[in-house]
Design a protein around this ligand. Sequence first.
Ligand code: UT7
Length: 335
Amino acid sequence: MYNSKIIGLGKYVPENVVTNDDLSKLMDTNDAWIQERTGIKERRWIPEGSEDTSAVMGAKAARIAIERAGLTKDDIDFIVFATLSPDYYFPGCGVQIQDMLDMKTVGALDVRNQCSGFLYAISVADQFIKTGMYKNILVIGAEYHSNGLDKTTRGRGVTVIFGDGAGACVLTREEDTSKGILSTHLHSEGKYADKLIVASPSIAHWVPEILEAGEEDTSYFPYMDGTFVFKNAVVRFSEVIVEGLMKNGLQKEEIDMLIPHQANLRIAQFIQKKFGLTDDQVFNNIMKYGNTTAASVIIALTEAWEEGKIKPGDNVVLAAFGSGFTWGSAIIKWC
Ligand code: UT7
C-alpha cells in the first residue's frame, strides 16, 4: 500500500467581481446583512458572453496544477471532477477535461457530492493511488453557479452566497505512508436531501412541465433551509474533524492548518473556537469568493499554499459539509 500526496495546486476564478452593493441593485438585500450573516464581501460571477463554464474553468486550474507538479498532461493517469453545475446533464465534465487538455484516453470520473465534492473526489483518488492502480491523478472542483441563481428578492437567501470558480490538484504516489493524505472520512444522510436542493429539471419533472407551469415553478433554482443546514453543519463539521484526528492519534492542538469548506464565515468561526485554533490556523477566503461549493476547499487550499501558510510537516485538515447531506474530512501530513 502507498499513500498519496498533493504535488501541484492551481485555481482559476473569473475576473468579474460582484460586490454586495451590486446585488442590492438586483434584489432587496444589503451589504450589512450579507457581511453580518455570512462574512461575504464579494464573489466572482462569470459575466455574460464569457466562454467560461465549470469544465473550462476546471481546465484552466488543472493546467496550473499540472505545471506546478512538474508534470505534463501525459503523466496523468486518471481524472476526478467534482461539480454540482456540470456543463451538460451528461456526459460529465471529466471527459471534457480529457479533451480540453488533449490527454491520453485516461479514465474520467465525475463526483456529485456538492459542497463535500472535493473531499469525496480526493478520497476516491487517494484509494486508487493507495492500491497502486494509478500513480498521478488530477482532481478538480469547479462550479458555475451564477447562471442558475434566482437573482430576484425571492432568491436572496441563497443567491447572495454562491460564487463561481475552480481549483485543481495533482495527487501522486508517496512510498512513505507516514506522509501525504493520512486518511479521509466520508458521510451522508439522504433524508435531508430536500433541505438544500435543485429539484429539477429531473427526469421525473422534465423541461416541458417546468415551462408549462410558468413562473409558479421555481424548482430549478436552488432551495436551502438555511437555518437547518447551518445547525447541522456545525455539528457534522466538528464530528468529522474529530473522527479524522482520532484515526491518526492526533490532538486538536496538533492541527497546523484547518481549511473548512467556505459555506459561512460564522460556521468557520464556530469551528475555530470549538477546536481552540488561532486565526492563523484557519484559512478563510469566503469574503472574496462566497461559497463555490465543490471548488471551495481546493481554491482555499491553493491560496493557503500560495501564501506560504502551509509547510512540509504540517498537519493540514480539510473538512466540508453540504447538500445531501454529505460531509467529510481529510487529514494530511503535508510534504
Ligand atoms: O454550502 C453548503 C452548506 N451551506 C451552509 O452551511 C449555509 C448555512 N446557512 C447559512 O449560512 C445561513 O442560514 C444563511 C446565511 C443562509 C441565512 O442566514 P440566517 O441568519 O439563517 O437568516 P434567515 O434565513 O433566518 O433569515 C433572516 C431574515 C429573514 O427575514 P425575516 O423573516 O426575519 O423578516 C430573511 O427573509 O433575513 C432575511 N434575508 C435577507 N435579508 C437581506 C434572507 N436573505 C436575505 C438577504 N438580504 N440576502
